[in-house]
Design a protein around this ligand. Sequence first.
Ligand SMILES: [Zn+2]
Length: 348
Amino acid sequence: MLGRISKFSRVDKNNPCPICGKDHWCRFATLEDINGKEIPVVICNRIQSEYEFMDNGGGYIHFIDNIPVTVKLQSVQERNTNKMASLKRRNLIYQKFLSYFTISDTTMQSFIHSRGFNKELIKYLEYKDYDRSHIFQISQELYDIYGDLTGIPGAYLKEKNNFKYWMFGGLDKSVLLPCRALNKDNIFEKGPIQAINYRIPGAEKNKYRYLSSADKQNGTSSGAPVHVSVPMVLKKKNIIGITEGIIKADYWANRTGMIVLSVMGVSTWRTAISVVKDIQSLISLEGVIVAFDADKKNNEYVRLYENNLINALKEIGIKTAEAYWNLSLGKGIDDLLKNGHSPKYKIV
Ligand SMILES: [Zn+2]
């Protein structure tokens, strides 16, 4: 006899089912054992287990203890969210939102000196310092121009002394990084802004978040969309890269002159596949280069996810190469290139 099962949430594109890999039908849930301890489980409707789940949805209970803890926590959380606004509307409002901010000399210099960017590139990428000292006025102005901001991740209604007003969340003194979608009108041009990513100031690990307002009044979850980085000068039109993190993708894309996709984390590799398929339908794509951080190569889950990504690319008929290098030459592909080295390639 299993304990009580509660806190259901559906799998989706950003959090697909860890058992069957599909992005619909299956559910995440929490199983409470007799001592009240909560155990994350997946109720998969496609792959059988010894425990059949008897409710209207049905399915089979799987324990996901072999999945890394970070994935468990993200997946099992139940989030309240509104439906996201159209890409066109998000782009319109985020463009205006970003126009209120500038980038300070200090931030500019740190991107130039420690990351190898140049001024022109930072301007092109539209990185901004998030100075929230006027965020109340900015939020009201956005509401005056665009109306109801429900559906814009980051925006939510705040209530104080019976007075309701729109606000944008996020952290003061962070750096705002536009997360762009594929430009379906012209794939070789910078695409519309679908979400805003930001760097958490002072944090060592897990440094990036999306501007999101799930669980807030009239709030909307950002999900974890794939960023499509189109370089200022495009040199290679038939090869694309895949890595983890927006800054890394932007640097790699502009150093090599090819389009680079970035996923939020290696565990969310599945989100990249649908974007690769879209690209495949628009141009003759010859191959994909996958480059994850060198310090993670010994982590068995990272290896597993990377192999899953490579296999999924093969399945849709894409030639794939894995970029690798010695950790002493740099952690990420951006560090490696900035330090004046090149990766080696293994055709997989
Ligand atoms: Zn499933």
